[in-house]
Design a protein around this ligand. Sequence first.
Ligand code: GUN
Length: 307
Amino acid sequence: MTNIIDGKARAARLRAEIGRQIGILRQRDLITPGLAVILVGEEPASQIYVRNKANQAREAGMSSFEYRLANSVPQDKLLGLIERLNGDPEVHGILVQLPLPPQVSEARVIQAIDPVKDIDGFHPINVGLVATGSGEGVVPCTPLGCMMLLTHHLGEMRGKRALVLGRSNIVGKPMASLLLQADCTVTTAHSATHSLADECRRADILVSAVGRESMIGGDWIKPGATVIDVGINRVERDGKVRLVGDVDFDSAREVAGAITPVPGGVGPMTIACLLLNTLAATCRQYRLPFPDDIVSRAWEDEVVEAP
Ligand code: GUN
């Protein structure tokens, strides 16, 4: 029977454990982790993501600072805000929601964030530290959440064939790098890949982050494969806006060994990992030990499902 990987429940438990650790930090060290989130423009999906990130940070016991800037904001103004937040002792993590409008260079903005406050893991210093497998650096939230789900469901991944669909800096590239570090045989597929269906059918682990509604059907999936669907696509069905993944869930679940649903799969894990990265950044800034066992603690009394 196919396992439905319940990212929503996993993330709730992880957030609860993060909240517990923040409680300890606040009481013992009189430190409250602070997360600053910057949104430029009024893109509806980004507004929802940013609101969820800020609310969940507050619920976990963090200070949350939200900045909403007009779509027409000049780059210098945004860079000035980042510089101010870099020097603000109450802010330990800075997130600028992407994408940004065309007058603003994403690269300039990302590089302006102090690497120790870069809780997205997008700064070139963190990208380099993660890509070299140094064990240091900040792992981007979505790939980190995917790896946690995969590790929990599969345990050992050594030698498995992994296919990552998509080559973005946010998901595809770091995801492929983490799977490689887990000793998988990794292929990255993208818009120019030939015989995509055949590539998918060879994969023991399939991670899709292309943003194309229901592109992957059950007939593209290897029987027993573990499928992680990162896609969040808004579609109108029966007069209602619904969220669907890159994978056609109903046909895929007939074939896959385990699969994440959309919504309720990777999305909640991304936000939980953002809180985790903010807590880790706070500890680093005060040279306090980070509770490395936080994930195993959060999930420790949970029955591990057979792959
Ligand atoms: N836009 C889509 N995903 C992300 C993310 O993980 N971080 C930021 N900053 N922007 C995003």
